[in-house]
Design a binder for this molecule. Structure first.
Ligand SMILES: Nc1ncnc2c1ncn2[C@@H]1O[C@H](COP(=O)(O)OP(=O)(O)OP(=O)(O)O)[C@@H](O)[C@H]1O
Ligand SMILES: O=C(O)c1ccc[n+]([C@@H]2O[C@H](COP(=O)([O-])O)[C@@H](O)[C@H]2O)c1
Length: 202
């Protein structure tokens, strides 16, 4: 494996939580632990985006965001990675199409908060993402109805795995997705930035 790419063995169940992490916060750690539990994951990769294509504002420098992410989740089951920067990609569909051939036999699950499910149908080639990997969605305050109302949820309704079967998600044949409800965290990076106590904004 190329330098800077996380190591993974065939058969491992790995969740990828893509995000701006500007900055990382306990809400990210919370959904990561919930995802490990509900989807029976061996590991989770926090994949720090070089810049969300739908966000006008660029994030803080990668090195600052990585350092903060490490402080927030010193869990040996979690890898913090800048592999989109290494691959030179920022669209998730392109990232996954480059990544999957490098990790044959690994059972990946794309993870996201329910707010991202709401706008998932605006992502580049989002239906291809659904065909490539199972998708695990974690409840988020304000997005409770996303599992029913989001356009992506409606289009892929027939491929939804009931929450009681969430453990099956990593081995499910895509398209497959699962929405898990759980005790929620109302933390957000934008609230932290608004408070002005994240030095990445300086
Ligand atoms: N409190 C939370 N509950 C559920 N999901 C979350 C929470 N915070 C972040 N996420 C999810 O984690 C992923 C990365 O989120 P991101 O780094 O953009 O943080 P954020 O708090 O949503 O940032 P911002 O407020 O700037 O939009 C996204 O899929 C997002 O939905
Ligand atoms: O591929 C896209 O078109 C696309 C559009 C919006 C967001 N994403 C990805 O969604 C993930 C969450 O982004 P964010 O900024 O909400 O943390 C991150 O990995 C982004 O690259 C991807």
């Amino acid at each position: 494996m190329k330098q800077g790419f996380p190591i993974a063995a065939p058969g491992m169940r790995i969740g990828i939580l893509g995000g701006s992490f500007d900055p990382a916060h306990e809400g990210h750690a919370h959904i990561t632990h919930q995802a490990i539990r509900h989807f029976g994951l061996d590991r989770v990769w926090w994949m720090l985006s070089p810049g969300n294509p739908l966000k006008a504002r660029g994030p803080a420098p990668m090195a600052l965001r990585i350092a903060q992410a490490r402080r927030i989740i010193p869990d040996p089951r979690v890898d913090i990675t800048d592999l989109e920067t290494r691959l030179g990609t920022r669209y998730t569909a392109e990232t996954l199409s480059r990544l999957l051939p490098l990790y044959r036999g690994v059972q990946f699950v794309w993870l996201m908060g329910a707010d991202n499910l709401v706008q998932f149908d605006r992502w580049d080639n989002w239906q291809e993402i659904m065909q490539m990997v199972p998708v695990g969605v974690l409840a988020r305050p304000g997005s409770r109805l996303a599992g029913k109302c989001a356009r992506a949820a409606r289009i892929f309704d027939a491929h939804r795995l009931p929450a009681e079967q969430s453990h099956r998600l990593p081995l499910a044949q895509p398209p497959a997705w699962c929405f898990v409800d759980m005790p929620m965290s109302d933390l957000s990076s934008s609230a932290i930035r608004a408070r002005g106590d994240w030095r990445g904004t300086a």
